[in-house]
Design a protein around this ligand. Structure first.
Ligand SMILES: CC(C)(COP(=O)(O)OP(=O)(O)OC[C@H]1O[C@@H](n2cnc3c(N)ncnc32)[C@H](O)[C@@H]1OP(=O)(O)O)[C@@H](O)C(=O)NCCC(=O)NCCS
Length: 213
């Protein structure tokens, strides 16, 4: 556990934003060497090296970063409906979420709010027209027609963050065809009332979105 304080955590939130965003590169440590035994066991289930490193970074966020951030000896993370992570006990007032993409895991933390975060690699192969038709509303599809891949990944990450903040899963038709997201840096989404922040990170290699309800 000695290495945990040497792991580089990038703060991706901007001054004045009502959340913390902690990003960790999945290659930042030999996770098996820095995790508590129970978390090590969860990570060891992954046979693929990249998936194991990603799970290791995710477990480190939950078992090491979260308690340190909240000034607690430990934080219990329960899995709620549809897989949403929920903090328990002394940390229960905090909304927490995380996302992995490519070489990064990013965690979001906000007090007295439901929060969702999503990170999308902009180099990912995707049939953007078909996917937009499947899960975007008419105005979101129009934005993709106008803005191409950049608009698609921006809206996709926003929608994932929204789904994760609301916590209802993709089955909710309202979050597919009923939203009016736009490829802008900040907006109040009218259907859900969610505040949504969105921007490129790591020189445009990823789209980042945070939603709060
Ligand atoms: C959670 C979900 C919404 C996003 O997952 P994803 O983009 O594949 O993966 P991410 O790395 O961004 O997020 C995974 C993390 O989200 C969290 N999570 C899982 N289910 C969640 C839920 N229902 N609500 C909130 N957070 C959730 C977990 O912490 C998980 O990380 P962990 O397993 O290491 O703890 C996924 O379950 C899902 O349903 N995806 C639907 C795919 C789709 O059709 N997208 C259309 C986009 S327009």
């Amino acid at each position: 556990m000695e290495q945990q304080h040497t792991i580089r955590v990038e703060e991706w939130a901007r001054p004045g934003e009502p959340f913390r965003l902690a990003a960790v590169a999945i290659g930042a440590a030999d996770w098996a060497a820095v995790l508590p035994a129970t978390a090590q066991a969860r990570v060891a289930r992954f046979a693929d090296g990249h998936a194991r490193a990603r799970a290791g970074a995710s477990e480190w966020i939950k078992t090491c970063w979260l308690p340190r951030e909240l000034g607690l000896a430990a934080v219990e993370v329960r899995t709620g409906a549809n897989g949403k992570p929920l903090l328990e006990g002394a940390a229960a007032a905090w909304g927490f979420n995380l996302s992995h993409a490519g070489e990064y895991v990013v965690a979001a933390l906000a007090r007295d709010a439901q929060i969702g975060v999503d990170l999308e690699s902009t180099s990912r192969k995707a049939d953007i027209v078909r996917l937009a038709q499947r899960v975007f509303s008419a105005c979101e599809q129009a934005a993709v027609q106008q803005g191409g891949r950049a608009a698609f990944f921006t809206l996709w990450s926003q929608k994932e963050a929204l789904v994760k903040a609301v916590g209802c899963g993709w089955a909710d038709e309202r979050l597919q065809r009923g939203t009016a997201l736009a490829p802008v840096g900040f907006q109040l989404e009218p259907t859900t009332g969610a505040r949504v922040w969105s921007r490129p990170v790591i020189d445009g290699a990823y789209c980042l979105a945070v939603a709060m309800v």
